[in-house]
Design a protein around this ligand. Structure first.
Ligand SMILES: Nc1ncnc2c1ncn2[C@@H]1O[C@H](COP(=O)(O)OP(=O)(O)O)[C@@H](O)[C@H]1O
Ligand SMILES: O=C(O)C1=C[C@@H](OP(=O)(O)O)[C@@H](O)[C@H](O)C1
Ligand SMILES: [Mg+2]
Length: 172
């Protein structure tokens, strides 16, 4: 979800892994030469989603890469086939934490109209079933630094891989 720390923690996680790092929003900004807000304003959300899918389709092919996506990446079914090239981490954060972080933020076009708490609740409710399809869920707390969160993710990954290895062939 927006504001959970994907961009920030993803970068730290990549460093810890010795991986390269990309953020799909940053690539979209580079390719379009526009901020995310400008893309939404000039071309609309649906055009943004199309570019987002194209970017994900490219970056998912790489190994040794940590990818931070935008929180809406889960919305298109097509994106899941690309996401599943890797291990999908869901940073799960309570509304209050998101509110604290995004209260004065103007860079997320989907949160600029109406009451922020209501907006966050509505979007999170719609997306929760999609986020829960991730391989690993990590609870985000206000106290933990990006560094600490990245360490916790790293520590949890072997368990996810072990579980996947234990799955009977019929699950695939
Ligand atoms: N663990 C953290 N502790 C404190 N602030 C954080 C943490 N993770 C992210 N932030 C801050 O919260 C805001 C949103 O983080 P960001 O990485 O952009 O989230 P996302 O990419 O998921 O939308 C940024 O201002 C970032 O500096
Ligand atoms: O959740 C979303 O629909 C979006 C999340 C944003 O990225 P972050 O999740 O990094 O804020 C950005 O892609 C765009 O504003 C739409
Ligand atoms: Mg981000």
């Amino acid at each position: 979800m927006m504001g959970t720390g994907k961009t920030t923690v993803g970068r730290t996680l990549a460093t810890k892994l010795g991986y390269k790092f990309v953020d799909t929003d940053e690539i979209i900004t580079q390719v379009t030469q526009q901020s995310i807000s400008q893309v939404f304003a000039a071309s609309g959300e649906s055009a943004f989603r199309q570019i987002e899918t194209q970017v994900l389709a490219r970056v998912c092919a790489y190994t040794h890469l940590a990818i931070a996506t935008g929180g809406g990446i889960v919305l298109r079914r097509e994106n899941w086939s690309y996401l599943h090239h890797g291990l999908i981490v869901w940073l799960d954060a309570p509304i209050e934490l998101l509110y604290t972080r995004l209260n004065t933020d103007e860079t997320r076009p989907l949160l600029q109209a109406g009451d922020l708490r209501t907006q966050l609740e509505t979007i999170l409710q719609q997306r929760q079933p999609l986020y829960s399809q991730a391989d690993l869920r990590v609870d985000v707390t206000l106290e933990e630094t990006p560094e600490q969160l990245a360490t916790r993710i790293l520590e949890a990954i072997p368990q996810v891989l072990k579980k996947a290895g234990e799955m009977p062939a019929s699950q695939f």
